[in-house]
Design a protein around this ligand. Structure first.
Ligand code: C2G
Length: 156
């Protein structure tokens, strides 16, 4: 049995995460995913929109994922590799080389990230849409004020 292991925050779950899991699942029999807890996110200086429970639940619902475990710290990877009899540890290539020390225990690979999508991009897009909506609302409010003022003038 080939067991594959990867870790991440997986906030605002998107196609980049799905494509990673799909590629990893195709490499073996079981895909085990460590989802960063809210506490560990703080250590990574990452601020998630969704809680650990929500992020883990979404990852668990992904058809390519067989088991979800909590990622509490940087150090647990070595134990997880032993505990789950991992054949291959994999990350996106934004982590290129960062986990080569695990090569003593299992295969370590880094896969190309899916381009033009990230949780940060999604957040930025939502923020910019909200800003556009706020701007258009402000224009409408200003227009309404002008109408009210002109009505008031006409009543004098
Ligand atoms: N990813 C990807 N393509 C994207 C975005 C992300 O392949 N467009 C991959 C990343 O390379 C990573 C995984 O999806 O392997 C999860 O990414 P994040 O949720 O951003 O997780 P990260 O903050 O990188 O945490 O101990 C490892 C850390 O927990 C990884």
């Amino acid at each position: 049995m080939k067991n594959i292991l990867t870790y991440g925050t997986y906030d605002l779950f998107h196609i980049g995460h799905v494509k990673l899991f799909k590629r990893l699942k195709a490499m073996g029999d079981n895909l085990i995913v460590g989802v960063s807890t809210d506490h560990f996110n703080k250590l990574k200086d990452k601020h998630s929109i969704f809680s650990y429970e929500e992020r883990a639940g979404i990852v668990k619902a992904c058809r390519y994922v067989d088991l979800v475990i909590p990622e509490n710290n940087w150090e647990q990877k070595k134990n997880d590799i032993e505990k789950y009899n991992i054949t291959t540890f994999a990350m996106g290539d934004d982590w290129q080389g960062r986990f080569d020390h695990l090569k003593a225990q299992c295969e370590v690979i880094y896969l190309p990230r899916t381009e033009n999508i990230s949780s940060t991009d999604v957040k930025q897009n939502i923020l910019s849409i909200s800003q556009l909506e706020l701007d258009s609302l402000k224009i409408k409010i200003d227009e309404s004020i002008r109408i009210i003022e002109s009505l008031q003038d006409s009543l004098k």
